[in-house]
Design a protein around this ligand. Sequence first.
Ligand code: BGC
Length: 508
Amino acid sequence: MFPQDFSWGVSSSAYQIEGGWNADGKGPSIWDVYTHTPGTMPADANGDVACDSYNRLDEDLYMLRALRVKSYRFSLSWSRIFPDGTRSSLNQKGVDYYNRLINGLLANKITPMVTIYHWDLPQALQDRGGWENVDMIDIFNDYCDFCFAAFGDRVKLWMTINQPHSIAWLGYGLGTIPPSIKNPGISPYIVAHNLIKAHAKAYHTYDDKYRTSQGGLVSIALNADWIEPKDANVPRDVESADRALQFQLGWFAHPIFKNGDYPDAMKWQISAKSELQDLSESRLPSFTEEEKNYIKGTADMFCINHYTTKVVTFATGKLSPYSYDDDRDVLETEEPDSPTTAYAGQRAVAWGLRRLLNWIKEEYGNPQIYVTENGVPSPFPITIEDTDRIFYYKSYIDEALKAQNLDGVNVKGYMATSLMDSFEWMNGYNFLFGLHHVDFNNPNRPRTPKRSAHYYCQVVKDNGFLTVGHLQLHKLVGLRAPCGSSSISTDCLAKIRSASSVESVSNL
Ligand code: BGC
């Protein structure tokens, strides 16, 4: 079982569920504009109505109450609060909606976990260059400042940004999500630089103006796959796996949780490639000493979104065109032995979560960790008898439990993704992650619990899995290895990677 104060929750995000895309003065976000552009989305899907949560708050609260969750992770729609992205455009009706939601949660003893910005940038700010524009640091800070002031008397758990990696790489590198900029070797690094500074500034604003009176915690929701070396006996594969993790998670976590700066592996790789590309300086921007001190330590807990595991081996990346992908010098493939899911390439590899949690523990000095997203889409045909999802949750939660109970990882909470079937970004309504089914063909958007909702409710009620035998596992695996403070040791990595997928705790 998990500790008594373990935070069981579910997650969602504004654009994925709210609808009301232009209701009561809301301004357009980059997702509104993108999905309204003909030919961009499968089946012309958009979030205009989605789950209609803007008008169906009571239904959402009812589901949350029935699930017995202790926390609910949702996001604020920036352009619902500030239609043009800035304070001068304040839309009080948008603020009222979030006040009703937060008050409704508290009335039901559910802790709000608020993501301030989950991808839906106000279009007006994209028109000013979006995250490539350094002005965004102050603009974002002012938005966060407003949110802390407006909701911080009741909200005590904050995440500034959801998955900055996806914003930088998918939004400005591959261009597969809005704002659809394809500049894979330059823009992601500039964008990430601005996102990190924007996060740090918002954190300091909380510290300076709100922490004493409000006493909350502020973090950022990062995402990472677990990366397994193709052959753990080949040092180059092991180094490549570690490098891939540093490029994905370390890109943001190293500055924020370690020393204010990018991981050495990134600095070295990108500067070496830039030199070979005859550039006068590295494509990876650098932080000044003052900036490093400002960024370092700007998170009170570690929030991690995790879905799958990849296998990597060394491969020399191309020099042209410039690309973050090639800067890594890795070849990434699926984990071949694990069950496939409805998402091509996204296998259900539960043991990867345990290894990732251990890696975070060792790399970042045993922080408090919240798994802020974890879940799986349903295969077709969609049915409420979603045994595949039950299996996914059971096995992943079990691995989180092993990390917590056996490895001493400080896992404080787990948020299942997602509360209900939602608009899944570029996949529209084709891949649905919900614990509840939503009938998108019915204007009332009725919500129906799937089998997995009943299962998850039981897990929450039991605070894990009711067994007596779990302590026996202590003798099977021991991962409490002392590690160096600057970077995770090879010895530690080897231990994390060799921790076998032992029998399920709940089966003992
Ligand atoms: C996003 C979620 C989304 C999930 C599945 C994650 O990367 O943060 O908003 O629901 O992917 O598509």
